[in-house]
Design a protein around this ligand. Structure first.
Ligand SMILES: Cc1cc2nc3c(=O)[nH]c(=O)nc-3n(C[C@H](O)[C@H](O)[C@H](O)COP(=O)(O)OP(=O)(O)OC[C@H]3O[C@@H](n4cnc5c(N)ncnc54)[C@H](O)[C@@H]3O)c2cc1C
Length: 477
């Protein structure tokens, strides 16, 4: 009988273009998948129900895919360092393979699992998969990691990209005796969302699973060709101008090399500078994703606090009532409230609006970006430590931004990016009959507000802007 390799899936919930999985299959026909529901990562206070729903349904699809090629995806529901070594040794596995992750918790966890497997005499094989360029591959001339995006992008773009890894096509699964053995070692059926204490009843912003992610990507890139207008449309939250693939990139239901290859093929087919610019603008977003992952890998302290030392003890006011108003979309600023209601109702928010609400929380309400960071993790289907932390620190003037002091004006943001008030009307239907001018400027009379149960503005933007500037300058004296 062939030697067994267990492939531990984490942020790579797919059979196609999976470097670690393809390497395991090249060594043996007998490959079985494993996913470990780690209680540490499943705490309801830290995880968005939409994200958990996306994860579980993607796992269900992956399990079916494994079964259709003759193997299976085993599920453990316990701390990985406890469950995986027991399962692997009971099954007599020759080795465990997995793809690396940049997050500090994942790295510490992996070290524990590796140590425990070593004690059992089980080999471990690991490598990078989730990025086109692994941390360390893109460095400044001095050999340091980049701390500024634009030179990172130029270097990142110029480097050759790997081709997609071959998909898993057929496998030899566990015998019945081995399946019994796996159950005795803790393998469980995939639990439901309710079993894990979550509830999500809305449609997900992206249908879960590998097939749906690839279909969405092909539509975005080739069929609807939204990608070629990306640079024109991506800042308009009322338009369907972005890919909405963020959950797929977070959980790896899409392989990044396959995505790059397809986007480059679309680029080669372009007949105008305009369409090339659209595709390149989208590729720049993929580079932002990698920039923030490299940053977290090299500066794990980012997860704990401000990157800029002078922002580490910033005197935030942290008023809990203002925070509650922001969370509920009840600040009296229509563009901010529309965005927060999109997040609360769908589990996703447009990037332009993420920047607007993050600026508003930190610069207008003087509330720590870490409160907002946590709230986003509790609600986003794509909640991801590196991208979320990067976005929040950029917005709070505490991160890796060469021009850190940016303060968004909610009125001019709405004027520029939602000039017809379509986005605001959609998410604040009670205000839909007001004039576009009122929706954009927020100049809504007390009577009109009262009639629509819409709150008065919770702060004065100009005064708060000045208050933030004063505090910021004090910190930088
Ligand atoms: C305050 C704040 C918090 C954020 N939190 C997250 C988060 O938790 N998870 C997350 O994936 N993105 C986050 N972003 C980045 C960005 O808003 C989302 O990736 C994007 O809106 C997802 O929509 P899309 O898939 O249509 O993106 P597209 O515009 O189609 O971009 C394609 C992909 O590139 C990546 N990407 C795009 N923009 C960024 C960016 N600025 N930083 C890093 N990666 C990017 C995403 O994987 C995205 O799916 C945050 C941004 C801000 C300002």
């Amino acid at each position: 009988m062939a030697d067994l390799i267990v492939f531990w899936h984490r942020r790579d919930l797919r059979l196609a273009d999976n470097l670690g999985l393809a390497a395991a299959r090249a060594k043996t026909a007998k490959v079985v998948g494993l996913f470990c529901l780690d209680p540490y990562l499943l705490k309801p206070e830290a995880v968005a129900p939409a994200r958990m729903a996306y994860l579980l349904e993607s796992l269900a699809e992956l399990q079916q895919s494994y079964r259709s090629i003759g193997s299976d995806l085993l599920i453990l529901h316990q701390p990985p360092a406890e469950g995986i070594p027991v399962l692997a040794s009971q099954l007599g596995a020759r080795a465990i393979h997995w793809n690396w992750d940049v997050e500090p918790y994942a790295q510490a966890r992996d070290r524990c699992v590796r140590e425990a497997l070593k004690e059992q005499g089980i080999a471990v094989h690991t490598g990078w998969d989730q990025l086109l360029h692994a941390p360390g591959q893109v460095r400044t001339q001095a050999g340091d990691p980049y701390m500024v995006y634009t030179p990172f992008w130029k270097n990142w773009r110029s480097q050759p990209k790997a081709a997609p890894a071959p998909s898993l096509w057929d496998c030899q699964g566990l015998t019945e005796a081995e399946q019994d053995c796996a159950r005795q070692a803790g393998a469980v059926p995939l639990p439901s969302l309710q079993d894990l204490g979550f509830c999500w009843q809305e449609p997900l912003p992206l249908p879960p699973g590998e097939q749906a992610a690839w279909d969405r990507f092909l539509a975005f890139c080739n069929r609807d060709r939204t990608i070629v207008d990306y640079d024109q449309q991506r800042n308009c939250p009322a338009k369907d101008g972005t890919s909405r693939l963020s959950a797929a990139f977070k959980f790896g239901t899409l392989g990044i090399r396959a995505v790059w290859q397809e986007a480059m093929a679309a680029y080669q087919r372009c007949r105008s500078d305009r369409t090339e610019a659209g595709i390149e603008a989208w590729q720049q977003e993929l580079a932002w994703r990698e920039f923030y992952q490299h940053a977290l890998y090299f500066f794990p302290d980012l997860a704990e606090g401000a990157y800029r030392e002078r922002m580490q003890n910033f005197p935030w006011e942290n008023d809990p009532d203002l925070f509650e108003a922001w969370c509920a979309g009840e600040t009296g600023f229509p563009i901010v409230d529309a965005a927060m209601r999109q997040l609360n109702q769908t589990g996703w928010m447009h990037n332009r609006c993420r920047m607007i609400v993050a600026s508003f929380l930190t610069k207008d309400l003087l509330i720590s970006w870490q409160w907002g960071e946590q709230y986003f993790m509790q609600h986003l289907v794509d909640g991801d430590l590196s991208a979320n932390n990067g976005g929040w620190q950029w917005s709070a003037s505490s991160g890796m931004d060469p021009k850190p002091l940016r303060i968004f004006n909610p009125v001019s943001q709405a004027q520029k990016y939602d000039p017809q008030g379509e986005y605001i009307r959609h998410w604040l239907p009670d205000l839909a009959d007001l004039s576009t001018e009122s929706l954009i400027t927020g100049e809504i009379s007390p009577q009109q507000r009262q009639a629509r149960s819409y709150p008065a503005p919770v702060v004065n933007h100009a005064a708060q802007r000045q208050a933030f500037r004063d505090r910021y300058q004090n910190q930088h004296q």
